[in-house]
Structures are given as C-alpha cells and as structure tokens.
Design a protein around this ligand. Structure first.
Ligand code: ZN
Length: 196
C-alpha cells in the first residue's frame, strides 16, 4: 500500500487568485509541515511540467520555492548553475536576490499560473541569490542563464508579481485579451487550475 496518496495533487492557482497578488510570509521554522509541503510542491511542479513553483501558486502565502531547472550545455556556466543544477530538484526557503547585473536579457516566459500564455520578459542577466535550504544551511550564488531567469520569475511570485506584470506595454497588448479571458474563466473554478 502506498504511504502517500499522490493522486491528491496540490492545487495550482491561476491568474486572478488573491494569493498570487500578496506579499508572502517568511518561514520562521522549517518543520514537518513545511517539509511535506515542499515535497508536494515538487510533485505538482513535475505533474504540470514546470521548472519552478512558488508556494503562493500552490495556494499558500509562504516564501518557499521549488526548482527543477534542466542541465545546461553552455560551456560557461555561472557559479550558481555549476553548483545548483546538479542538485535539482532544490527547495529554497526565504530566498532573496541580493545583487543584480547591470546587463539585461530578453526571453520568452510562461507560468503554470498563466496557462497557455507566453511572452518575452526583460530581466537581469545575472542575479546573486541568497537562500536558506531545508536543512538550515544558507547558500549564496551568482546565477545566470535559465536558472537566473527562473529565480527572478519565482521570487517575483513571493512579492505578488506575475511575469505578465513585467511585460513592455507593446508586448502586454498582445496577450491582454487572453489574460482577461483566463481571469474570467478562473472565477468559475475559484482560480484553481483544472487538470488536463
Ligand atoms: Zn510563475
């Protein structure tokens, strides 16, 4: 008999949900509840084919993020990619960005909370991430590439921002209608994403 009933997937909240607009609360103590929730978040991220998931997306306003960024075949990895990619999936507790490069880059993003919409977002090329881990240790790395982007996207969720809030006005115009119809559809499901 299975110890855990994994058929009960965590809900994934969609655009319009109040929890996605809030400043999430710091985690004061990593206890069994947090460890179990992080595990369930990893499961949900995988079920929905995501590379990152923030706790508010799973309905809880906590500063907790899970990442499963795929390995990179770039020759020059940032220190964060070199250290973190082999450790995926990773759980970040109270993560913070404590530095940013002046240079920026643009890349298409999507989000499990904004299904079906993709648009180019300009973000810092590199960020310095500082975070606690579940075991209480603290990491600090300069992160670039897809990892650096994913960190910026996921940490935005902890401050109530979606990638669609970061679009240039001319890009926003392209997705505005689609976003509005997603929000309207969300009202009927209490902003809980339906499974495919
Ligand atoms: Zn997202």
């Amino acid at each position: 008999m299975a110890l855990f009933d994994r058929k009960n997937l965590l809900p994934v909240m969609t655009v319009g949900a109040q929890v996605l607009k809030q400043q999430a609360q710091p985690i004061l103590q990593v206890n069994d509840d947090i460890r179990a929730f992080a595990k369930d978040m990893i499961h949900a991220m995988r079920e929905y084919d995501g590379i990152g998931l923030a706790a508010p997306q799973a309905g809880r306003s906590l500063r907790l993020v899970v990442l499963e960024v795929p390995g990179s075949d770039e020759e020059e990895l940032s220190p964060g990619e070199a250290a973190m990619l082999p450790q995926m999936p990773m759980v970040l507790v109270n993560p913070r960005i404590i530095g940013r490069s002046d240079s920026v880059c643009e890349r298409d993003e999507g989000c499990l909370s904004v299904p079906g919409i993709y648009a180019p977002v300009v973000r810092s090329e590199r960020v310095v991430l500082q975070s606690e881990l579940l075991d209480g240790s603290v990491i600090e790395y300069e992160c670039g590439g897809l990892l650096g982007r994913c960190i910026q996207h996921e940490l935005d969720h902890l401050d109530g921002f979606l990638f669609t809030d970061r679009l240039a006005p001319e890009e926003y115009r392209f997705i505005e209608r689609q976003l509005e119809s997603l929000e309207r559809a969300g009202k009927k499901t209490n902003y809980i994403r339906r499974r495919k």
